[in-house]
Write a protein of this length. Structure first.
Length: 441
């Protein structure tokens, strides 16, 4: 009996560890600053890059269109949503995550009706960790009585979401109203040539089933001119992606990726920086060079410089996105949300991480919606610790209740934006509702 009890305790403890590690991995991917498997030994940047290579069998699964996997290859953004059931949902459930031929996440609400709204962004747009019918787009579509397409994809930066928007909006499934969602560290992701080289230390590719963040199109500063430049995907074909299994090629492709070098230095993964490039970047951005010192600067100083670099990129992208929407006769709505570096500090009465972006949107007359402020106001209705409040809505990403809360928080902004109003907000007085297009023929 004693032995049975001991074995049961061991099994229970092991399962708890697996659950904790799984949740930690999700949180790490979201927050970007937590080292799930412990601090990575501080090695040279070149050694770090060599260790980032991907197993060919992992790439086989990712690149095979017949294999079930969360992400599939895309020549511009690197990847887009595939078909898979990750075990990442509420109460340790699996979530149904599927896509349509045009790359949108599968929707059910009023899909036979004309679509006026397309949404772009990262995993908070895609609604990772919930099933297809639990996204905020589906909740909002159900309320408005018209479909909303979901082109979000986990891991995208601001630039990758922008490039996807450019492509999709010049097809027959383009829409007049565009929601462009910016979350957390989307800003810095725009600068990276291959985000997998940053997350590989804490992300499990699951044999290729969850592999993503391969090489993609990105934006970088030209250190000679000081201008931001767009760069195309270095591995634009499925066959070329296998170069990620070659350490020599990987080093050549990424050794001068300044944003990546700075980011993994800030994370504590590497010990060396390209200081010549860092000083040129600081000069172009008018960053205080004295803070860099004569030797290796502090990680916090480099983080400040990297934030300034990434915010400059985001402002450039937002300007381009606005110009594109105007040129195509479309309307743009920008959404801001960052539960870790913005929402929590605001609740605690501290400055927000992305104040520069919030000011830019306001000063340049963008139409935008700030979900951070909604949560700050909502939290005032509770007399509970903030961490307990977070559990109402989050399991890493939003849980279904969080997506529902977001949908009904942004509802008034969207209704005010649309012209004509959705059928559920039109004045029906004095006429019969015919339900044309809503009832079977």
């Amino acid at each position: 009996m004693k032995k049975l009890i001991e074995n049961s305790v061991v099994i229970l403890a092991t399962r708890c560890v697996h659950v904790v590690l799984g949740l930690a991995a999700v949180c790490s991917l979201l927050l970007g600053t937590i080292h799930v498997y412990g601090q990575v030994p501080s090695v040279s940047f070149e050694t770090y890059l060599r260790q980032s290579v991907v197993d060919r069998k992992t790439l086989d699964v990712f690149l095979d269109p017949k294999q079930l996997s969360w992400a599939k290859f895309d020549p511009i953004t690197g990847y887009r949503l595939g078909n898979y059931m990750p075990k990442d949902g509420m109460d340790q459930s699996s979530t149904i995550s599927t896509s349509r031929p045009n790359g949108t996440r599968t929707a059910q609400s009023y899909v036979d009706r004309p679509c006026r709204i397309n949404t772009y962004g990262d995993s908070f747009t895609q609604c990772h960790q919930v099933s297809d019918s639990e996204t905020w787009q589906e909740y909002l579509a159900g309320h408005l009585g018209e479909p909303i397409r979901n082109f979000g994809m986990g891991g995208f930066g601001v630039y990758q979401a922008y490039r996807r928007m450019l492509r999709e909006e010049q097809t027959d499934h383009g829409a007049k109203y565009l929601i462009f969602y910016i979350w957390g560290d989307d800003h810095v992701r725009s600068l990276l040539r291959c985000r997998h080289a940053e997350i590989y230390t804490r992300w499990n590719d699951n044999g290729g089933r969850t592999f993503h963040n391969n090489f993609w199109a990105n934006i970088e500063i030209n250190l000679l001119t000081g201008r931001l430049e767009e760069h195309e995907n270095l591995l634009p074909t499925p066959e070329s992606v296998y170069k990620m299994a070659d350490p020599e090629w990987t080093v050549r492709a990424l050794k001068d990726d300044l944003a990546l070098n700075m980011l993994v230095y800030v994370r504590g993964y590497v010990k060396d920086l390209d200081m010549e490039a860092v000083r040129k970047l600081a000069t172009h951005l008018r960053f205080d060079l004295q803070g860099l010192g004569n030797s290796q600067p502090s990680r916090s100083t480099i983080e400040q410089l990297l934030n300034q670099y990434s915010f400059a990129a985001t402002k450039w992208i937002l300007t381009k996105a606005s110009d594109f929407a105007d040129s195509q006769g479309k309307k743009l709505l920008v959404v801001l949300f960052d539960p870790s570096r913005v929402m929590r500090p605001l609740v605690e009465g501290k400055p927000r991480f992305d104040q520069e972006i919030a000011d830019f949107l306001k000063d340049h007359n963008f139409r935008y919606f700030d979900m951070n402020l909604v949560h700050v106001a909502d939290y005032k209705n509770f007399s509970i610790p903030f961490d307990q409040y977070m559990k109402r809505y989050f399991i890493g990403h939003y849980n279904p209740a969080g997506n529902h809360f977001f949908a009904y928080s942004i509802k008034d902004t969207v209704v005010d934006w649309l012209d004509p109003k959705p059928i559920t907000y039109q004045n029906q007085d004095g006429r019969w509702i015919t339900f044309d297009g809503y009832l079977p023929k």
